[in-house]
Design a protein around this ligand. Structure first.
Ligand SMILES: [Zn+2]
Length: 319
């Protein structure tokens, strides 16, 4: 039995996981005031689950941060205070069992592959930014140090808009297919066309929110629909590239924006179909994520189970 821990910007979720079956799922708000308080909060909720299920063989932890997986150290972390923290050693010291730490998008992709029972999967997580995960032969592809698979920072247009992420590039997938990109396009349009329906959706902060853009598109606003048309086209171009590189069994779309998939997914698949190599495209199924709310803890636990069974680590994670 292993534990999966999903540390998000707003809540920490923990569960005992057997295969992809979750029990004793427990969560509490993320404490973000200081690193010490955050770690104490994670420890407290993990101990509540251990009190019910007993000591686990290992613990997997997913965090919304860049991870040097080989060292178990957080490289950068925007929303929670973990930058530079040796998180794997810090937590394995607290619990006395092996701990494995990975990026949350990698965990989501790993969960999805194991829930679906596929060996080759690419996942795009469309939210405020664009995250990605790649599963090859049932295991996470990470690059040499664990920082790889940043699928959101593949260039779609050399002269495109500046990437909104912590990234020096222009025209990345994240510059077109993220919540921030949609808000940027909607706000620029509304400012240019004060007579438009979108101009009436400008909020007190001077911006059109993603929620208001979705509402406008759902009510048939042609300008909002056009913004989603452009979004879908660029997403399709991105998907075609990943199909050509990885030939996955499944290309999964997840993240908060997938709740608005009725506004872009069919169009994106059509664009990808027109651009990807046909022999590869016809072998790839493109669909929304099926992992649901427990995907984060499942993916973290699958990671821990895989690592104790046969570590991919260069140095060990024993306490
Ligand atoms: Zn970028």
């Amino acid at each position: 039995m292993v534990l999966g821990v999903d540390v998000g910007g707003t809540k920490v979720a923990v569960a005992a996981v057997d295969g992809v079956t979750v029990r004793e799922a427990t969560e509490q708000p993320t404490i973000t005031e200081t690193t010490g308080a955050l770690l104490d909060g994670i420890e407290a909720v993990v101990r509540r689950v251990i009190d019910k299920v007993g000591e686990p063989e290992a613990i997997g932890v997913g965090v919304p941060s860049q991870i040097d997986f080989a060292a178990g150290v957080v490289e950068t972390s925007v929303n929670i205070p973990l930058t530079g923290v040796p998180l794997r050693d810090e937590l394995s010291g607290r619990f006395g069992v092996p701990v494995f730490v990975d990026n949350d998008a990698n965990c989501a992709a790993l969960a999805e592959a194991h829930i679906l029972g596929v060996q080759y999967l690419v996942m795009l997580t469309l939210g405020t930014g664009v995250g990605g995960g790649v599963v090859i032969e049932g295991s996470t592809f990470r690059g040499a140090h664990g920082l790889g698979a940043e699928l959101g920072h593949v260039t779609l247009n050399a002269d495109g808009p500046p990437c909104p992420g912590n990234c020096p590039n222009r025209g990345c997938i994240e510059a077109y297919c993220s919540g921030q990109a949609l808000e940027r396009d909607a706000t620029e349009f509304a400012q240019d066309k004060p007579e438009s329906g979108l101009a009436r959706a400008i909020g007190p902060d001077g911006r059109v929110s993603g929620r208001h853009l979705v509402a406008a598109a759902d009510s048939g606003d042609p300008d909002a629909r056009l913004i989603f048309e452009n979004f879908a086209r660029m997403l399709g171009i991105a998907i075609a590239g990943f199909v050509n590189v990885f030939e996955p069994e499944r290309l999964t779309i997840g993240g908060g924006l997938s709740r608005a998939s009725h506004l872009f997914l069919d169009r994106a698949i059509q664009e990808a179909d027109a651009r990807a190599l046909p022999a590869l495209f016809k072998r790839t199924k493109i669909a929304l994520a099926e992992g649901g709310a427990d995907a984060g803890v499942i993916g973290a636990a699958v990671l821990a189970a895989q690592e104790v069974a046969g570590p991919n680590l260069r140095d060990t994670a024993m306490p």
